[in-house]
Write a protein that binds this ligand. Structure first.
Ligand code: HEC
Length: 181
């Protein structure tokens, strides 16, 4: 599985979020884009019309969404794991209006919910199955976190695909104490 962050998505994310406080030296840039950001990039393209209508109308599983994305020229620049990330995001959230406010994704949840008790490095460096992630999220230490079951599943999906980031890709400032919590 690929672990580097494609410059295409990064550049687009910086563009999309300029004005909302993001900058190129964002220390969390190494945490891969989630479905919300990837979809935002897709919606900028004219070729995304078919995908947009499908998202507004259809409920489907990750495989179905993956097939839809792979058939669309708008997703040509996405890597395999980004298509997988976006497909799982759509499986959780569609149908919804892709031109409206987009639902939170696994990256959003990771950054918003997983840093108050320990460093985020504890989370994003783990390479685990969905069942193992759900196990962690149901431990006594985590069950009190305010998340629905659907959100726990969506976070697990994101981390299965995007977790396991090698420590040397984690900014040094986030490495210290990475193994303690
Ligand atoms: C309320 C405090 C708290 C929050 C918030 C929190 N954690 Fe933890 N986490 C802990 C504690 C305490 C430990 C060590 C004890 C344990 O493992 O139960 C831990 C350990 C971990 C571990 C390593 C041990 C294991 O079970 O695999 C992972 C992975 C982890 N947390 C993931 C997460 C994720 C993902 C989130 C965000 C949804 C999160 N944590 C948010 C308290 C928290």
């Amino acid at each position: 599985m690929q672990r580097f962050i494609p410059s295409f998505a990064l550049a687009a994310a910086v563009l999309l979020h300029s004005g909302t406080g993001w900058s190129e030296d964002d220390i969390f840039e190494f945490v891969p884009d989630g479905g919300r950001t990837l979809l935002g990039v897709l919606m900028e393209q004219d070729a995304a019309d078919d995908v947009a209508s499908a998202i507004a109308a259809r409920e489907d599983g990750p495989e179905g969404w993956s097939a839809t994305l792979q058939a669309s020229p708008s997703a040509a620049e996405l890597d395999t794991w980004q298509i997988d990330t976006l497909a799982h995001y759509l499986a959780t959230n569609a149908p919804f209006d892709p031109d409206g406010a987009l639902p939170q994704d696994g990256r959003d949840m990771t950054l918003n919910l997983c840093q108050s008790c320990h460093i985020v490095t504890v989370v994003v460096t783990q390479d685990r199955t969905r069942e193992a992630w759900l196990g962690t999220l149901h431990k006594p230490s985590h069950i009190e976190i305010e998340m629905t079951e659907a959100e726990r599943g969506a976070l697990a999906d994101y981390l299965v695909i995007n977790g396991g980031i090698p420590i040397d890709l984690v900014p040094p400032a986030l490495r210290a104490g990475g193994a303690s919590y």
